[in-house]
Design a protein around this ligand. Structure first.
Ligand code: TXA
Ligand code: MG
Length: 314
């Protein structure tokens, strides 16, 4: 069975030892829980794909404690430096050309000549990364295609018995996966998140292109159906139908089962999104109806995750 470790100094030290030894450990970040493995160890990285049931062509994000460690793996640039100064540590991942001779397992980048790197802000994640002393590859800690985990219990729902341990650091603050910025060519938003395209453009002093869904899939994880609960998801619900689970946003007409943010606050809604989808899904409803969320600011990332949860299943 999977050990549940408390995120105190002792638990973090234990998790660091397990990771260094090539075991799989789920750990909290400010975005979602990650399914971590030593990125230098082919067997550990292969184990991540196995535990997730993830198609192996889908590359992973490498998590690091400091800039020097990042620069050993990727070709750094002035733009990357600006983004790092403004947004790191934090919920931003950068995709950069991989450095020749970088020691990271080839499985991490799934054969691409670029690598996704991120320096998380969560104190537990930072302490863990410093203590284990190796780069940590980590996708979200859920079986492939399922709702992303924002609490240790969510991790155990789909990965219990498949990983050595989960480090329980309580609920994640942001609640949505990191923004992914592609910097192998013109700056491109590969996945929306808390750090919005507008914030990135302002910091970089140049436009950041937003990838359109019908374009070529350049972040392979951005397959249409993703984050799928068992229930079917009905978007932009303006009225409720009999028997549906009701997920509200802002002021509602009549009752809903859960409200992402009664005050209409997008930051609060993002933090609640995956937890509420988990809860409504485990209530056994066949359909989860979701009220419209405004498509501005962080609402773009929320709607991205919602439309994937609602997409036809393959
Ligand atoms: O917030 C997050 O980013 C979380 C936490 C654990 O850090 N991690 C996460 O990982 O969401 P994952 O594996 O669920 O999503 C990684 C995304 C995928 O869409 C993948 O295709 C993309 O990053 N990606 C990874 N390497 C890439 C690369 N070299 N080029 C383009 N996309 C890449
Ligand atoms: Mg994921």
């Amino acid at each position: 069975a999977t050990q549940r470790l408390t995120a105190d100094p002792e638990g973090i030290a234990r998790a660091a030892t397990l990771l260094r030894d090539g075991q799989l450990v789920a750990f909290p970040t400010e975005t979602v829980y990650g399914l971590g493995g030593n990125a230098l160890d082919d067997r550990a990285v292969a184990g991540i794909f196995e535990a997730k049931g993830r198609p192996s062509f889908n590359p992973l994000i490498v998590h690091l404690a400091d800039l020097d460690a990042v620069k050993e793996l990727v070709q750094w640039s002035d733009l990357a430096d600006v983004a790092a100064q403004v947004f790191w540590p934090g919920p931003l991942t950068m995709v950069l050309p991989i450095r020749a001779g970088a020691k990271v397992s080839k499985l991490v980048s799934a054969g691409l000549d670029s690598l996704a790197v991120r320096m998380p802000a969560s104190p537990v994640a930072r302490t863990l990364l410093r203590e284990c002393g190796c780069p940590v590859a980590a996708p979200s800690a859920n079986r492939s295609g399922r709702i992303s985990p924002t609490r240790a219990e969510h991790v155990l729902e789909t990965l219990d018995g498949r990983i050595a341990a989960v480090l329980d650091g309580g609920p994640c603050d942001v609640g949505l996966e990191s923004t992914i910025l592609g910097l192998t060519g013109k700056p491109t938003l590969l996945r929306p998140g808390r750090v919005t395209a507008a914030l990135l453009s302002e910091a970089l002093g140049r436009p950041v292109m937003e990838r359109r869904d019908r374009d070529q899939i350049s972040a392979p994880g951005q397959l249409a159906s993703h984050y799928a609960p068992n229930a079917r998801v009905r978007l932009n619900a303006s009225e409720w139908h009999e028997g549906e689970a009701r997920l509200g946003f802002g002021r509602t007409e009549g009752d809903c089962d859960l409200n992402l943010s009664p005050a209409g606050d997008l930051v609060e809604a993002a933090a609640n999104l995956f937890e509420y989808l988990h809860r409504l899904d485990s209530s056994g409803a066949e359909v989860i109806a979701v009220m419209p969320v405004p498509h501005v600011g962080l609402g773009v990332a929320i709607n991205d995750r919602l439309s994937r949860a609602a997409a036809p299943r393959g």
